[in-house]
Design a protein around this ligand. Structure first.
Ligand code: SF4
Length: 362
């Protein structure tokens, strides 16, 4: 298949791995930001192709994983109401809240529906004028434009029974928080190609310069990742710290300007809590005043719900690259994909799920 098979060529992968081995003279720690990249790395054994000096640290770029427990609890409270149709992408249904998940709410009679687009939720609102329809709007810059568009469409259609539970987070502030952490070990980043498809990479040069840290925009196929690592290692060995685009078939410097305009129209910056990490200033979006009427948190009065994270789950440490999933004492014991204690074991982009599903127990 075009753009897939050609980026999974084993011979080229071996050549790139050999070039990385040739370039590497000392230990380097490189973070792949996105959970989709983490899964590709583990599934394809890319980390095992690298010289032992190169450590890949798995980053916080999994939207399901970083959505705070208290946002899940707010979703559960709203979804449990008899007057609500609660719409979400399927990957949120098994994410555990304090006491249950959305599947349980559905099993108890709640009207919880899986949709494939936020516009589906707008259509459900149009078709069910006597119900309140809520869409669970989480994720990074990748999913936010479609969510913004859904709110604009709902406003244009004059829908009074549609709202969105918004918990959007942004990549650049998370990278800066990681770099500012006293425990930081990351020396270079593989930036997430799909985020940059929307946002471009014009936000990254100031970060690379300020923290003297190479950033390589990278895709998701094995050759994309190996090329990203090769470029990062080349920069590190040369003492350079610039931004490179190793995913030019999808990413431009400017990104998708119409999508960025849509985001700016609907959302404004806000402080956001990241699950297991804590509040990062200006790291998320919320609805602007002009669209605040679509804010489910205000409509259903759940802003007062506050929840403590589980003391057992160390997903915050996993998401910051402080530990590997198998170093969590609960990994593969109390916590498995069937009995998840944290979102990183549930999500298809979660590092704990990747290590469990591909048998990485040490
Ligand atoms: S293995 Fe489970 S309990 Fe441990 S960090 Fe991962 S999700 Fe949390």
């Amino acid at each position: 298949m075009k753009y897939l098979a050609e980026f999974r060529n084993g011979e080229i992968a071996q050549r790139l791995a050999a070039e990385i081995r040739r370039l590497t003279t000392r230990p380097w720690a490189i973070m792949e930001v996105c959970g989709g990249q983490t899964h590709s790395i583990i599934r394809n054994g890319i980390d095992q192709l690298l010289p032992p000096e190169i450590e890949l640290i798995h980053g916080p770029g999994c939207p399901v994983c970083v959505t705070p427990l208290e946002v899940i609890d707010k979703a559960l409270a709203i979804a449990s109401r008899p007057d609500v149709i609660f719409c979400s992408f399927g990957d949120m249904l098994r994410v555990p809240g304090s006491h249950k998940d959305l599947f349980r709410v559905k099993g108890e009679g709640g009207d919880v529906r899986v949709v494939y687009s936020p516009l589906d939720a707008v259509a459900i609102a149009r078709d069910n004028p006597h119900k309140q329809v809520v869409f669970f709007g989480i994720g990074f810059e990748t999913t936010a434009p479609a969510n913004a568009m859904a709110v604009v469409v709902a406003k244009r259609q004059g829908l009074k029974n549609f709202s969105m539970l918004v918990s959007h987070v942004l990549v650049p502030p998370a990278l800066e928080a990681i770099l500012n952490s006293p425990a930081n070990r990351v020396q270079a980043f593989l930036a997430a190609g799909h985020v940059c498809t929307v946002m471009g990479y014009w936000q990254y040069p100031p970060l690379a310069e300020k923290y003297h840290t190479p950033i390589v925009v990278t895709g998701f196929e094995p050759l994309d990742l190996l090329e990203g690592i090769r470029r990062a290692v080349r920069q590190l060995e040369a003492g350079e710290a610039c931004v490179e685009n190793a995913y030019p078939r999808a990413v431009t410097f400017e990104g998708n300007r119409p999508a960025q305009r849509m985001l700016a129209e609907v959302f404004e910056l806000t402080d956001r809590a990241w699950r297991g990490i804590g509040v990062i200033p200006n790291s998320g979006w919320r609805l602007r005043d002009a669209y605040r009427e679509f804010d489910a948190e205000a409509r259903f009065d759940v802003a007062g719900i506050h929840t403590q994270e589980s003391p057992i789950c160390r997903s915050g440490d996993v998401l910051q690259g402080k530990i590997k999933p198998y170093e969590c004492p609960a990994f593969g014991k109390q916590c498995t994909p069937r009995t998840p204690l944290g979102a990183t074991m549930v999500s298809s982009e979660g590092a704990c799920a990747a290590y469990y599903n591909y048998g990485r127990f040490a």
